[in-house]
Structure formats: C-alpha cells, structure tokens
Write a new protein. Structure first.
Length: 154
C-alpha cells in the first residue's frame, strides 16, 4: 500500500506510468480524508491531488481511510463513499474504495505474513494431526509433524 500525504501541496507530480505500475502489482493507494474535515486548505489540496490520482488510476486501487482523532470524526461507509464521489470516483469505484479494496489489502497482508519462500502456512500446528497421533490425543506441535513448519514474523 502506498500512502501519500495528499492534504498538502505535493513537491512532485504523480506520474501515470508509476501509478499504472503500482496497479499492475496489486499495490493500493491510500487516500486519507480525515484532514479535510479539519481544514479548508487541506480540503483544497486533497481534492486536487486525489483527482489527479483518480485520473491516472481510473479509480481502481484506491483505499479511503479516515484518520479520526475523535469519535465525532468517524463517518459511515455511505458517507465515505459520497466523499469519494466528490473526489472524482464513480459510484462503483467509491463503494469499492470503502469495502472490497480494504478487504483485498488485508487478505494480501495476511497471505504475505503466512508465506515464506513460496510455502504458505494454511493451518496452525495445533489443528493438524501429526505423525503417530490420532484425533483426541492432545495438541500437535511442529515437532510431531512429519514436515517441519517454521513461522516467520515480519
């Protein structure tokens, strides 16, 4: 996920080829709308910067986040989708930025955490019946398994 501070003037322009390259690699862009609720200047910059990003990505690969400092700044998903439409996203892309894109980012992060050198861990060791055991014989650890399993924390 790429996080860009869109609520202030960017010292560079987002290039279309870089945005397209990120989309091809399933990398998402996070747009934080929280500062727009606090400042008119931040609102102006966020709208301009996000419209440029939407133009290059066609609304795909965007994720909206709130950066709420208090419970009063938390918005419903429909409100966030409406804000996304003001930023230039289509209705379908706005709903995806609030729901399915966030889910895809979390699923990808979980799969990266559970994967090491092309091997994916699909079950915890406690849920697998190991060598020489049958159901009901207690918990299985990695030492009881025929194939050693290593867990890597990134």
């Amino acid at each position: 996920m790429i996080v860009i501070d869109l609520d202030s003037r960017l010292p560079y322009h987002i290039a279309a080829k870089h945005a397209a390259s990120a989309l091809r690699r399933n990398i998402y862009f996070e747009v934080c709308y929280g500062p727009t609720l606090r400042s008119a200047g931040a609102r102006k910059h966020l709208i301009n910067n996000t419209r440029g990003l939407v133009q290059f990505t066609s609304g795909r690969g965007l994720l909206l986040s709130g950066d709420a400092n208090s419970p009063l700044q938390i918005r419903s998903p429909q409100d966030i989708a409406n804000i996304a439409q003001l930023l230039g996203l289509s209705e379908q892309a706005a709903l995806a930025a609030v729901s399915t894109n966030a889910q895809q980012v979390l699923l990808r992060a979980e799969s990266r955490r559970a994967q090491h050198q092309g091997i994916m861990v699909v079950a915890e060791a406690g849920g697998v019946i190991g060598k020489g055991q049958s159901k009901g014989q207690g918990h299985t650890t990695a030492a009881h398994l025929e194939v050693p399993i290593k867990y890597y924390d990134r």
